[in-house]
Design a protein around this ligand. Structure first.
Ligand code: PNS
Length: 167
């Protein structure tokens, strides 16, 4: 397919499910711009700076991946970047309705920008930032669900987190 895709999200924090989509995306696109949505009305565990820095560290040096942030309408950001493709990950059916609404709204705002969905690997079907934060906050292990840098940061926020998971 080639070209550039913008991969937007809250990434609060980035999980191995997101990492899987980036990896799969690199098999389809030449370059991916991972962009963190700044929403002042949404309470997040990590600041934008922390989220960006964790994504950068998790990805490492890769000239094909850029990490950025945006506020306001996603479509405005995509238009300014000169990109025509949005990348989103799909897990279970439960993602579908929200993703469908968002893709159609974005298409309504700019019909030249397409949203491309990639399926996460089956092992990440249950993995999302919300469940990771909830488990970590309550002392459960999220080892193997997030990149090492995120695990380290979560341990700092929630020192009660246990070390070993059940798998
Ligand atoms: O990881 P998330 O929380 O599902 O990401 C959602 C995000 C940031 C991609 C979405 O909320 C977004 O695009 N926000 C920007 C506001 C916007 O453009 N809204 C109109 C399209 S629905």
């Amino acid at each position: 397919m080639g070209g550039v895709a913008v991969y937007p999200g809250s990434f609060d924090p980035i999980t191995n499910g997101h990492m899987d989509i980036i990896e799969r995306g690199l098999g389809v696109f030449d370059k991916i711009i991972v962009t963190v949505g700044i929403n002042p009305n949404k309470k997040t565990l990590f600041s934008v700076e922390e989220r960006i820095s964790m994504i950068r560290e998790a990805i490492g040096k890769n000239p094909r991946v850029e990490v950025d942030s945006f506020s306001g309408l996603l479509i405005n950001y995509v238009e300014k970047s000169g990109v025509h493709c949005l990348l989103r990950g799909l897990r279970a059916m439960s993602d579908f309705e929200y993703e469908f609404q968002m893709a159609l709204m974005n298409r309504r705002l700019n019909r030249n920008i397409e949203t491309v969905f990639l399926m996460t690997g089956a092992r990440w079907f249950f993995c999302n930032s919300g469940i990771v934060k909830e488990a970590a906050a309550l002392g459960g292990s999220v080892e193997g669900m997030v990149p090492g840098v995120v695990l380290k940061k979560l341990k700092q926020k929630f020192p009660g987190m246990v070390k070993k998971s059940g798998i």
